[in-house]
Design a protein around this ligand. Sequence first.
Ligand code: ADP
Ligand code: MG
Length: 249
Amino acid sequence: QTDATPVLAIERLRKSFGALVATDDVSLEVGTGELHALIGPNGAGKSTLITQICGEIRPNAGRILFEGRDVTALPAPARARLGLGRTFQITQLCPDFTAIENVLLSIEARHGGSFDMFSNPRRNAAHRELARDWLDQVGLAAQGGRTVAELAHGERRQLEIAVALARQPKLLLLDEPMAGMGAEESASLTKLLQSLKRRYAILLVEHDMDAVFALADRISVLVYGRVVFTGTVEEVRGHPEVRAAYLGE
Ligand code: ADP
Ligand code: MG
């Protein structure tokens, strides 16, 4: 394995649900430190692609290589342990737990998942400090003691990212993190992703084109399960067919 080995390489990934081909021979790569955005209309197969990459569903054909290693047959938890991190389109946080407790659960999961936060005071203190660091990194330093139920929508999204980061992933899979956000929340999440970019390889599914254009190194356009175009922001902006297919222009 060399530096040129992409963090993630998907080769001809195919998934059908009955007669519907949700991802149709999709190939794409995410390089070290790259933010690769995946755009496309509703039903294009973006979420189906993400769930195949993290291992929640199995492709019918094709391969998924993580740091050059074929993980196509590995179950999702094993992929997570290798550093394949994801956040969810639908929130999976524990609503009655505080922000810091949710991050602590994630840290404990990385350390074997005993969820026994209270047995070893020294380890507990160290993990609490770590959890505070992750909250700080996503801009939630002041919200650690609030329960998820008390957080604003945008803050929950930030917390989901802290929970994902606490697993120390090498690749972050983000499925529409800006969904349901107002302009201000989107702008602040864009800033956060800007600060994470380069340190992590990121595959970002997002409809907010301002965010995509601000963040992406490369953009892949998925339409009816097929990648119709992959290129830089400038190339996507200057490509009339892509603009027509995706941006509705
Ligand atoms: P996107 O995330 O781009 O909006 P999805 O990946 O959610 O698209 O869906 C792609 C297509 O696959 C859609 O037509 C959707 O209805 C279908 N689909 C997704 N998941 C399933 C499933 N579990 N069973 C049947 N059809 C599904
Ligand atoms: Mg989706």
